[in-house]
Structures are given as C-alpha cells and as structure tokens.
Design a protein around this ligand. Structure first.
Ligand SMILES: [Zn+2]
Length: 321
C-alpha cells in the first residue's frame, strides 16, 4: 500500500477576502476552496497537518520590496482603489493585510522546518507572488512571497545557499529580478517561451548578473510542450544544475497553469506530470536538505485541474519509497 510522509499545509480562510472584482478575473478565491476540499477528501488527508499562517512583518517585506512601493500599495488598498499598477492587479481594502498573511505563510513554514516539526510544507496562499518585483506589482502579484521567504530563511536561521525552483507556466520575473546578482540564491524556472507568453522574460540567455552570473537557469518550452519535454528538461538540465549548486534549503514556486486544461498558457502538461515533478524535488531534497522542502502556491486558474494537480504534486513529493 502507498504511504506518505506528513505534509504541513499552511492556509487560511482569510485568503478568500482578497477580492479580485468578480467572476471575470482568473485569480479567484475558489482556487483555494477547491484545493482545500480536494486535499481534505483525498488520499493525503490523513497525512496533512493544517496550520494557520502568521502574517509577515513589515521589516521582512522590506528585505525584498522598497519603502516607497509599500506606501504606494498601502495607499492604493486603503483608499479604495480597484487596482494597483496595471488593471490586471485587482485589489480591495483587505488586500493590504492579506498580502502580509500570504507572504507570512512561507515564513511560518520555515519555522516549522527549522524546529524539526516537519520536513514538507505546502503554503496554499493568494495573492500569488512570483511576478512582483522590488518596486512593481505584476500579474496579480503584490508581495513576492517566495523571495520574502528566502530572505527570512537566510536572516532568521543563517542558511546561505537556497534553491528556488519555479514550475509555473510563466517566468517568475520578480524572483529573478530580486536575486539576479546574488550567487547564494539559485533561481531555476521552467516556463512557456517568452516570445509567446507573459511576462516576456525568462530567455535562456538570462543567467544572472555580476556575481550572480551562473545562478539563474531559464528553461523555456515551446507552446504545446507536454510531459515529455518537462521530464527531459528535469533530467538533462535542471537536476544537474541543482547538483552543482548543492543547496542547503529548497523553496518551490509551485504554479499549476501549465496544465493542458488551463488556458493561461499554451503548455500542455498532464495532471500526472506534477507527481513526477514532486518526486524529482523530493529526490533533490533527500540528496541535499535531509528531505526538507517548502512549496508556495503561485498560478493555476481552473479549480478542478489546479486542485488535482496540487494533490498529485504533493503525492509525488511525499510518497514513501
Ligand atoms: Zn502563471
């Protein structure tokens, strides 16, 4: 019989309060409702420990965003504006507080891992974060949840070399921008080719800047790319890069919008491939981090496909062999 390691699931009903203005917006509260319902009723339910997130502090957000950006974001939310920056980035009054709660989930997860309460953490949060740059909201993202978690891990616990692997269909321009010149953070992203896809970054020649050169790896895939190309890229390019980097900690930007049913990208991944990605990540974690890995939700906009893909990913990550 298949058995699984314990997973700490960090989520909160408060994430539903981030109102994106109605059913026409793809980044819906129902995304999280579907994930929670599926996990609670599925094969992983007995292995899940649900944890409430602690909100990030302002100081911890200032490690990745600048003061002016925070003031502009706060003003946009609290003055009742409907969007921040681009009209895609819908906000409401509560978005300001909920963004701190989303960024804090990863930090809560770091505390769980460092206290040895758990090895596997999944933070099911919204708003997502990987497009948010130091001073720029983008693609439904306000605070870069993954980047803030990386900086917290380094500062609070003295960890140095951190791997970020991003398998969202879109390039995580924000994560790349924040760590571009930093040789201690390796950013690896697999995504739809920037010629065809938002946000237009993530070319294979973008490999880091200055001291950070060689610590960014972009693997763009052509539209229509299915499971085979993902599996091949993981074994031929990504796993060798992880081995060379030899991380102390692993943070995953877990987006599920490359799924064939999700029209936010032209990629055509199956539900099952997310299980294979999960197992590949678990293998890196076994090799380098005593099995410890923290995953944070990014995209994925068709609730059924998203929730099934999350469950399959976590199954692949947590399976006992
Ligand atoms: Zn995406």
């Amino acid at each position: 019989m298949t058995s699984f390691h314990t997973i700490h699931l960090i989520t909160s009903p408060d994430y539903l309060l981030h109102d994106t203005g109605g059913p026409d917006h793809p980044e819906q509260p129902s995304r999280l409702t579907a994930i929670n319902k599926r996990l609670e009723n599925g094969p992983l339910s007995k292995n899940l420990i649900k944890v409430d997130p602690v909100p990030a502090t302002r100081e911890s957000i200032l490690l990745v965003h600048n003061e002016d950006y925070l003031l502009r974001f706060e003003d946009a939310c609290l003055s009742g504006r409907e969007y921040f920056g681009h009209t895609d980035n819908r906000i409401c009054y509560d978005t300001w507080q909920i963004a701190f709660l989303a960024a804090g989930a990863g930090m809560t997860g770091v505390d769980i891992i460092e206290s040895e309460e758990g090895r596997l953490v999944f933070a099911a949060v919204r708003p997502p974060g990987h497009h948010a740059e130091q001073g720029l909201p983008l693609g439904f993202c306000f605070f870069n949840n993954v980047a803030a978690t990386v900086r917290y891990w380094q500062n609070r616990y003295g960890r140095k070399r951190i791997l970020v692997f991003d398998f969202d269909a879109h390039h995580g321009n924000g994560i790349q921008e924040i760590f571009d010149e930093d040789p201690d953070v390796m950013y690896i992203s697999i995504h739809e080719h920037p010629t065809f896809s938002f946000p237009g970054t993530g070319w294979d020649y973008e490999a880091g800047i200055g001291a950070g050169e060689g610590f960014t790896l972009n693997v763009p895939l052509p539209p229509g790319a299915g499971d085979e190309l993902v599996i091949q890229a993981i074994s031929d390019q990504i796993t060798p890069a992880v081995n060379r980097f030899s991380p102390e900690c692993i943070v995953i930007a877990a987006g599920f919008d490359a799924h064939g049913q999700d029209d936010m990208s032209g990629l055509d991944w199956s539900t099952l491939v997310y299980g294979k990605i999960g197992t590949a990540v678990a293998n890196w974690a076994d090799r380098f981090t005593q099995g410890r890995v923290l995953s944070i939700l990014e995209g994925g906009y068709v609730p059924d496909a998203l929730s099934a893909s999350v469950e399959t990913y976590l199954g692949g990550l947590a399976i006992k062999v």
